[in-house]
Write a protein that binds this ligand. Structure first.
Ligand SMILES: [Zn+2]
Length: 161
């Protein structure tokens, strides 16, 4: 028996990366979702390029209903539709990554989550262009780089977590 192939969607992003989960639950996307993940990977390639070609680490991409429930995701999460990814930049600043996404544009939501050290980006076709930060007090508009500090939050976790 051979393992199922998890092919590259674009030069730097694979289907395995965009369906990653540590829940052990089934997270295989439908054809429709796979097509969206390819679009998402193409988007992430542009972001990667604006980050000077530094690697982007995807901590969550597509989530099946079961996976989304297990990780406490919103029931209307763009992750369920294959439109969203939570990412970190390898050896770079969060602000570089955020700046890169803003300069590429074409997103529906950019949500900075400093307590988790990730940036959520969604390319849902609604294209609302919303930019928010998740702080200890909830979502605030715009980027609040020091929110986690002021709120007594922990330092963002290291990428190995
Ligand atoms: Zn997310």
């Amino acid at each position: 028996m051979t393992e199922p192939k998890l092919p590259l969607l674009t030069r730097h992003f694979s289907l395995a990366e965009l369906t990653v989960t540590n829940t052990g639950l089934d997270n295989w996307p439908s054809d429709v979702i796979r097509a969206r993940l390819r679009q998402l990977a193409q988007y992430l390639e542009q972001v990667r390029e604006r980050c000077g070609g530094r690697a982007l680490i995807i901590t969550s991409g597509y989530r099946s209903t079961a996976v989304n429930r297990a990780v406490g995701g919103s029931p209307t999460s763009a992750h369920l539709k294959g439109y969203a990814a939570d990412i970190r930049i390898h050896r770079g600043l969060d602000s570089d990554l955020i700046g890169a996404i803003r300069s590429v544009g074409g997103f529906d939501q950019l949500i900075y989550e400093p307590s988790r050290g990730i940036v959520h980006v969604s390319i849902d076709p609604r294209q609302r262009g919303q930019v928010k930060t998740l702080t200890a007090r909830g979502y605030v508009n715009g980027i609040d780089n020091w929110g986690w500090h002021r709120d007594g939050g922990r330092k963002p976790p290291s990428p190995s977590r």
